[in-house]
Design a protein around this ligand. Structure first.
Ligand code: SDX
Length: 432
């Protein structure tokens, strides 16, 4: 028998069962709260609310732990790659040789977007925000692959392998096509001989007669960045994917909604905001110390972007891995990026400053990722797009977890109404 939580309300006592996760996370099961007490639980921002039970990713914010399907992110970063980890995130276990070969081939064979989509991509203004274009394209995948987006769960699940490969592969291709279109350049065709990351760099940067050749350090750094972003439990964008999926919507509609949620500066837009912050500090001639004071005072809404996290109250394990990869990459490439020096100053200062330490504000995944992406030649306005390319496997896996749950109900939170009390309609002639 699970432990019980007893709630005392208006001289009554109500008992609720509890739920324990495999890593000892604990929850009070409030699914009968309203029907037994008439009350709803109020938790603006959902910081204390478990929206689901999931088998995909585990995070321990206090201990700085992140595991995909039980395997620590540090081991995956060292020994796996983006597509192998993506397979495991999607299907639950590390693939056999043949399973991985089949998955890589399926992603590779679905890298080309529909010619109609390629044409549609040319219709955006050159200065269209890349995340706006990406979100439009992800939703449009249901238009170019209607057989994979029927909103009939059984059919959509039957076609899941194909839809997943299309989503993962064509997010990258559409992003590169949009980038080249914004530059007034023709798109490149996917090169099936290249790895996922190298093909993306080829799609982005190859020119006629001058195929882009990635040096091994660049290939490794990009693949690592994508792997580290592949999933992250119930973050804002993934929860959005689950919200949309709970209504029975197809995979493409659900991940399109997730990409919209990722766009904000408090979430996936932070990597771009970090570079903007570092550039502003550099241009001002400040070494970061006066910026830190501004971020602490909250003046003009300034925050130390790339710092803080709703869950991690310790180092984000991804930040440590990216920070190390950043130093190695810039060293190997002989890049002396002054923003890296400023980032180091900010990190050292913040980690010794009680304002940040007392609020458990540590570097998160975004603090160094912008510097790595810039070293790879990715333009800053595409940094959040890179996050979306990396996060796609996690979004797709969460869609599948919802779709495969026969007992899944549509997500429908309640609210506490604080608007005007009952009143009558006032005809126009009687209004003031
Ligand atoms: C991602 O959820 C995920 O898993 C997300 C993600 C993923 O992989 O999907 O990990 C990716 O989104 C990482 C986070 C990227 N965002 C940023 O780096 C933006 C800067 N960070 C903050 O805006 C903030 O830390 C959040 C949004 C990340 C978390 O905010 P919380 O948990 O809601 O914290 P809060 O806003 O309630 O702040 C608590 C206190 C406040 O001060 P007091 O009111 O106590 O005086 O900490 C302060 C805040 O002002 N604070 C900061 C700060 N972050 C919080 N002060 C200065 N700089 C910051 N970055």
């Amino acid at each position: 028998m699970s432990k019980q939580a007893v709630l005392k309300l208006d001289d009554n006592e109500f008992a609720f069962p509890t739920i324990e996760g495999v890593e000892d996370e604990k929850a009070v099961d409030f699914r009968s709260l309203r029907s037994t007490t008439g009350y709803v639980a109020y938790d603006e921002g959902y910081g204390n609310t478990g929206s689901c039970q999931s088998e995909i990713t585990f995070i321990d914010g206090e201990a700085g732990i992140l595991r995909y399907r039980g395997i620590p992110i540090e081991q995956l970063a060292e020994q796996s790659d983006f597509l192998e980890s993506s397979y495991m995130i999607l299907y639950g276990d590390l693939p056999s040789q043949s399973q991985l070969h089949e998955f890589r081939s399926r992603v590779r064979d679905n890298a080309a977007v529909s010619p109609l989509m390629a044409e549609a991509l040319k219709g955006f203004a050159a200065d269209a925000p890349p995340m706006g274009v990406l979100g439009s394209m992800l939703g449009a995948l249901s238009c170019y692959n209607p057989e994979l987006a029927t909103n009939d769960r059984a059919v959509d699940l039957e076609n899941f392998d194909q839809a997943a490969a299309v989503a993962i592969a064509q997010t990258a291709t559409a992003a590169a096509l949009a980038f080249r279109s914004s530059q007034g350049k023709e798109g490149n065709a996917p090169d099936p001989s290249l790895s996922f990351g190298d093909n993306f760099l080829h799609l982005m940067f190859s020119e006629k007669g001058q195929p882009y050749e990635a040096i091994p350090e660049v290939s490794r750094a990009l693949d690592l960045m994508l792997l580290l972003h592949a999933d992250h439990e119930q973050n804002c964008s993934t929860s959005t994917v689950r919200m949309v999926a709970s209504g029975g919507a197809n995979l493409f509609a659900s991940v399109a909604a997730g990409s919209a949620a990722l766009w904000g500066p408090a979430h996936g837009g932070a990597n771009m905001a970090v570079i903007k912050m570092l550039e502003e500090i550099r241009a001002s001639g400040d070494d970061g110390s006066s910026f830190i004071e501004e971020a602490k005072s909250g003046q003009s809404g300034k925050r130390l972007m790339g710092f803080g996290h709703r869950v991690y109250k310790n180092f984000d394990p991804r930040a440590k891995i990216i920070g190390k990869a950043c130093e190695e990459l810039l060293d190997k490439m002989g890049i002396d990026d002054p923003c890296l020096d400023i980032a180091r100053n900010l990190e050292q200062a913040a980690l010794a400053d009680d304002y940040f330490v007392s609020r458990n504000l540590y570097p998160n995944v975004d603090f160094y990722s912008g510097i790595v992406l810039r070293a790879l030649g990715i333009p800053a306005d595409m940094f959040t797009v890179m996050f979306a390319i990396g996060r796609m496997p996690g979004w797709v896996a969460n869609w599948r977890e919802i779709a495969m749950n026969p007992k899944m109900k549509i997500n429908r939170p309640r609210q506490i109404y604080q608007g005007p009390a009952l009143r009558d309609y006032v005809p126009m002639e009687s209004r003031g």
